[in-house]
Design a protein around this ligand. Structure first.
Ligand SMILES: Nc1nc2c(ncn2[C@@H]2O[C@H](COP(=O)(O)OP(=O)(O)OP(=O)(O)O)[C@@H](O)[C@H]2O)c(=O)[nH]1
Ligand SMILES: [Mg+2]
Length: 450
């Protein structure tokens, strides 16, 4: 799924680098490539145009903070637009009634029967007691097909010899109550919106069974047709969710991206394989992450926004500016980083730690060492970083022993701490409060304004 789009977008975003402000000119070729990638992915031209306009509006003039690069900034903006295009949030099914009824409809061969059994299996794992109803009386072997799949996962199927679908559905509801099945999934025959007789039939099933969920199943491999079919079907039967199947056979992904914004109904599930477990709840955010293939950056930026404590950061900047940044402050910052989790990427974003500290080994180990060293100091030492300049070798040895580090590590850390303080002070003196303001007000806690 989405591999093609993923590659193209990655190329488009790669072009952007090395600017401190995003302008119409330096973003132009990236935007053009993003547009091309979306069109290649079978996204409707109008939607693409709109998409590009929004990304442009949101990015132009935006200053790229020292801790981010233009690519990261655009990724976040493109990500937000993709999520919004796909319907923003995942919409859960409402299965609060007992029994709840789910009516499955769609064109022939779209994947209704496979989906019905996958859904039953999915709900069974969520401790529901599903009953599958074989309501396709037209296609020979349709009932057997459903029974065969359901049997493998031990889910009961209700069927009748009757050629009257209404009777089958009616009886199935009584049967479910008797057998204490709390979700009824009705698998219907394939039909076209223009087939009046068949559409009358599904409307009757709908009236009789009063479904909690009516799901329309479409095959992703039919491309834009899938969207047109869903649109015409919705004019005859008011379904409340879409299921996109066979996404494993469609590397473009345009259907999943644009379906809900065109049809104005949420996608509830996607199916990406023939196995019973190949079913996913549709989460716009997760799909956007997958499409961009850069989920790390997006969640990193979000986590920074969510987790960073604005008050603490302000306090730290004040301390830096007054040359009073001590070991306790450093420890506090390390703890904030740890809360955020993704140490590898985040480290360069944090003022004060910004590449000033590195030991041999990875950054995570470096932070651990720093913590251990500070932990082994006395409270007085932590509050008075100036004493490190003339700390006795005996004291250093003690700290090194207490922290399980070498004397070399201690010297290196003290030197780096000293250098960092000097540099931070210089930066502050040169740019005044501007950097502080930039960092605090633009990056932290200001969603969508990074
Ligand atoms: N690769 C792949 N194949 C799928 C997927 N979902 C369904 N299929 C296949 O598509 C074919 C049709 O699936 P069905 O579930 O029988 O479709 P249907 O809508 O019930 O068909 P009718 O009842 O004839 O209208 C079968 O061969 C399925 O195995 C999917 O997500 N991926
Ligand atoms: Mg079927």
């Amino acid at each position: 799924m989405f591999e093609h789009l993923q590659n193209k977008l990655s190329e488009a975003l790669h072009i952007l680098k090395g600017h401190d402000r995003i302008t119409k000119i330096n973003i132009a070729s990236s935007l053009k490539e993003i547009g091309r990638a979306l069109i290649d992915a079978d996204v409707n031209y109008k939607i693409v145009r709109n998409f590009i306009r929004k990304v442009q509006e949101k990015s132009i003039g935006k200053k790229v903070l020292t801790s981010l690069n233009p690519k990261q900034l655009i990724i976040k903006i493109v990500y937000d637009e993709l999520v919004s295009l796909m319907g923003e949030k995942s919409v859960e099914m409402n299965l609060s009634n007992n029994p709840s009824v789910i009516l499955i409809c769609g064109l022939q061969g779209s994947g209704k029967t496979s989906f019905s059994s996958k859904l039953a299996f999915f709900l069974k794992k969520k401790n529901k007691y599903p009953l599958l109803v074989a309501a396709d009386i037209y296609r020979p072997a349709a009932v057997d097909q459903l029974k065969l799949i359901a049997e493998k996962v031990n889910i009961p199927v209700f069927s009748l010899e009757s050629k009257n679908v209404i009777e089958i559905v009616d009886q199935s509801i009584l049967y479910a109550s008797k057998k204490k099945r709390n979700v009824i999934i009705i698998d219907t025959a394939g039909r076209l919106a223009i087939d009046q007789i068949m559409m009358e039939e599904i409307k009757k099933i709908n009236q009789l069974s009063k479904p909690d969920e009516v799901l329309f199943v479409v095959d992703a491999m039919t491309g834009q047709d899938a969207i047109n079919t869903a649109q015409s079907f919705s004019k005859v039967l008011n379904f409340n969710g879409i299921v996109i199947t066979k996404l494993d056979g469609d590397s473009r992904g345009g259907v999943a991206i644009t379906m809900s914004s065109v049809v104005k109904k949420p996608i509830k599930f996607i199916s990406n394989g023939e196995k019973i477990e190949d079913l996913e709840v549709f989460h716009p955010e997760r799909i956007a992450n997958r499409i961009l293939g850069m989920g790390d950056i997006v969640s990193l930026v979000e986590k920074v926004q969510e987790q960073f404590d604005e008050k603490k950061t302000k306090k730290i900047y004040q301390k830096i500016s007054k040359n009073r940044f001590d070991f306790n402050d450093l420890l506090e910052q390390i703890q904030q980083i740890k809360k955020i989790g993704n140490i590898k990427n985040i480290i360069s974003m944090i003022p004060g730690i910004n590449n000033y500290f590195s030991f041999s080994g990875n950054q995570k180990d470096s932070l651990k060492k720093i913590e251990a060293i500070i932990d082994s100091m006395t409270p007085y030492e932590r509050n008075h970083p100036k004493i490190i300049t003339d700390m006795s070798i005996k004291r250093k040895r003690k700290i090194s022993k207490g922290s399980g580090t070498t004397l070399n590590d201690i010297d290196l850390f003290f030197k780096q701490f000293h250098d960092m303080n000097k540099i931070m002070k210089k930066i502050h003196a040169h740019s005044g409060k501007k950097i502080v303001k930039d960092f605090i007000y633009q990056m932290i806690n200001k969603k969508n304004n990074i």
